[in-house]
Design a protein around this ligand. Structure first.
Ligand SMILES: [Zn+2]
Length: 176
């Protein structure tokens, strides 16, 4: 099993000469193998909207987890209560854009796991595909404003096939 997001981040930082890579995660689970690997890395600008760890594996991602040492302040964790819908997503999302804008990342990764959509059998969030579309569209706009246009969308969890199809086709549509 490979942590595709982690490998991409390492490659960008080590081989492509980039200094600041953003990782934005809207999968229902916290971190997905990336948060603790880069918790003390100041070049990884991290933002994660996930179901509150009191209700869902892996139980981490409190809002006090903002990065360690020289990386303090580069990580943003937003735990969402069970039942959070598109409206809740809309309310929380501007914090992600603000966080990224502050650090001006040279590359943006969107981990667009679809298990945060209503009807997923193992989580309790209730977004529609519109939230995934909004995330993709607004990150692409931010990347354009930053002058590089670099956004990479990667899959993630999702245990309802119809949701997967809707979320990821909406992400592609909005990136285009
Ligand atoms: Zn997940």
């Amino acid at each position: 099993m490979f942590n595709d997001c982690g490998v991409v981040i390492e490659q960008l930082l080590r081989r492509s000469g980039l200094e600041r890579v953003a990782y934005v995660d809207i999968d229902a689970h916290h971190g997905d193998g990336v948060f603790y690997a880069f918790e003390d890395h100041p070049g990884v600008i991290f933002a994660d909207l996930h179901e509150d760890g009191r209700y869902l594996y892996p139980g981490t991602g409190g809002d006090s987890e903002t990065g360690k040492g020289v990386a303090a302040g580069t990580k943003l964790n937003i735990p969402m209560p069970p039942g959070s819908d598109d409206l809740a997503f809309d309310e929380a999302w501007p914090r992600v854009l603000e966080h990224l804008s502050r650090f001006e990342p040279e590359f943006i990764i969107l981990q667009c796991g679809a298990d945060s959509l209503e009807g997923d059998p193992i989580t309790h969030l209730r977004y529609s595909a519109a939230s995934h579309g909004k995330a993709a569209r607004e990150l692409a706009q931010l990347a354009d404003r930053l002058g590089h246009g670099r956004v990479l969308g990667l899959g993630g969890g999702g245990y309802n096939r119809s949701n997967l199809a809707q979320a990821w086709s909406t992400v592609v549509e909005n990136l285009l």
